[in-house]
Design a protein around this ligand. Structure first.
Ligand code: TYD
Ligand code: MG
Length: 465
């Protein structure tokens, strides 16, 4: 038996330290070092550093061989299948992360019920809720009659022994990874060592049997899956389930996928009977739109293969502060600073004495630089008090020189806008894929200053009319 040594493991990045410190010198996080036993520590291998045993030969095989089943099992919940890239992959491990209470258990219970009704063997293991609680939820979701096999258990060895009995399950759902513990690691559940060892055992099970495994992971307030940063590297795919507190819709976002695209999202709406699929997100994000007011611009964005229209709202107000406020919800604040700087330097628009607030409607989060032009339009509109045309969409990237740069999928964005009744569009030049194009009347500025002049000029045009 190896001598047990005390060591301190950073719960954020998994680095092993020999003594405690307030700050992890590897990732720079504070107060993340926790004392754990050596066995199963990061880098120690599954059972610690015992004396090396003699290896046993494994059978080598060929690339072309029989694959017994269809490689994927699709749930029929199309927004979920879209995010996973066409269904759960057999023999793979998927991590579903999200804030507590966002609806992970609800989504997976619905998926489990749908798959069980299709004749798959589905095992749902809850480590957080008692059987009665899970049943209660299943009743609310109208899933109680589905033949899902349910257990409330947290010990990995017991779980593996249970699911190894009888027919191999098609899908095993473990809710959540933070509650699991294995005999081979001697720290508390939820610590990096336990989470990692438990995940390792379960992933090994998935690979060796061909069952698909879903692990649920809670996210800390910093937005990382607590502890299991390490787990993200181990699993085949990572999905985040996100949404804003006051809003009832939820987005399932792919951040890693070894078997599919990583830029897809699935959109759901939380109702009193569980999650409902939203197949046309644009209608949802534009749903609460009122008649044109200054500071609002509609951005024609893309999420993976799907166009999404969303309203960007800006409020520019004169500031009593020496250093005016810049607050952003749903977009990158560094990107906002850049757009403000370009507007000041190249378009003569001054924000130095103004507070700037930027909000993406509906609590949606934009990651595309293509939103630059829409943001700039909203800012200028709010500053000048001139409302933008209500039937106009905006997209395009802005470079530091003040030029409007082309972005991908221009035609698809225009088509979606047209479908939703937008007759005008502001977009970059030189998008030759527009040939054959759309019916929308377009304005294609080469420089951002051209767009600013057009917005400012709308006051003159209105006077002339
Ligand atoms: P849950 O799936 O338990 O969240 P997680 O597993 O991510 O912690 O979802 C909990 C929330 O969802 C809870 O606040 C209630 C809400 N909810 C509904 O609004 N409708 C429903 O039908 C269900 C089952 C939950
Ligand atoms: Mg839950």
């Amino acid at each position: 038996m190896a001598k047990s040594r005390v060591q301190f493991i950073c719960q954020n990045c998994g680095t092993v330290h020999t003594r405690w410190a307030g700050k992890c010198d590897s990732c720079g996080e504070w107060n993340t070092l926790i004392e754990e036993g050596t066995a199963g520590g990061i880098g120690a291998g599954p059972a610690g550093l015992r004396s090396a045993r003699k290896g046993r030969p494994v059978t080598l095989t060929t690339l072309s061989g029989d694959i017994e089943d269809a490689p994927r099992i699709a749930s029929g919940i199309s927004e979920l299948d879209r995010a996973t890239g066409g269904g759960f992959v057999r023999g793979s491990a998927l991590l579903v992360g999200g804030d507590p209470g966002i609806g992970k258990s609800t989504l997976l219970m619905q998926a489990a019920a749908a798959l069980a009704r299709l004749g798959h063997r589905i095992v749902y293991v809850s480590g957080e809720e008692a059987v009665a609680q899970v049943r209660l939820r299943a009743q609310r979701l109208g899933a109680a009659s589905a033949p899902v096999e349910l257990a409330a258990e947290t010990n990995v060895e017991d779980i593996l022994a249970t699911i190894s009995e009888g027919r191999r399950p098609d899908l095993v759902i473990l809710d959540s990874i933070q509650t699991l513990w294995t005999d081979i690691a001697d720290s508390a559940p939820g610590t990096v060592t336990q989470v990692r060892a438990a995940a390792q055992a379960i992933i090994r099970y998935a690979k060796s049997t061909g069952a698909a495994v879903v692990l649920v992971g809670h996210v800390t307030k910093e937005g990382q899956i607590a502890g299991p940063r390490v787990v993200e590297h181990m699993v085949d795919a990572v999905l985040y389930f996100e949404g804003e507190g006051g809003h009832h819709y939820r987005i399932l976002r792919t951040v890693k996928n070894r078997f599919g695209p990583t830029d897809e999202i699935g959109v759901f709406e939380m109702s009193d009977r569980g999650l409902r699929e939203v197949s046309n997100p644009s209608e949802l994000f534009l749903g609460e739109r009122h008649a044109a007011a200054p500071g609002a611009a509609v951005f024609a964005g893309m999420e993976g293969t799907r166009p999404v229209l969303v309203e960007i709202q800006a409020l520019v107000a004169s500031s009593p502060l020496g250093t005016p406020r810049r607050a952003v919800v749903g977009w990158d604040s560094a990107r906002l600073s850049m757009v403000l700087a370009v507007l000041e330097a190249h378009c003569g628009v001054r924000f130095a004495t103004h507070d700037v607030y930027l909000n993406v409607a509906g609590g949606y989060r934009i990651t595309e630089p293509a939103a630059d032009v829409a943001v700039a339009a909203a800012l200028v509109s709010s500053l000048t008090g001139l409302a933008l045309p209500a039937d106009c969409v905006y997209f395009g990237e802005i470079s530091l020189s003040g030029a409007v740069r082309p972005v991908a999928h221009a035609l698809q964005r225009l088509k979606e806008a047209e479908k939703l009744g937008f007759a005008q569009a502001v977009l970059p030049r030189s998008t030759d894929e527009l040939a054959g194009g759309s019916g929308a009347s377009t304005f294609q500025p080469a420089m951002l200053a051209d767009l600013v002049a057009r917005i400012a000029g709308s006051r003159l045009r209105r006077v002339e009319d």
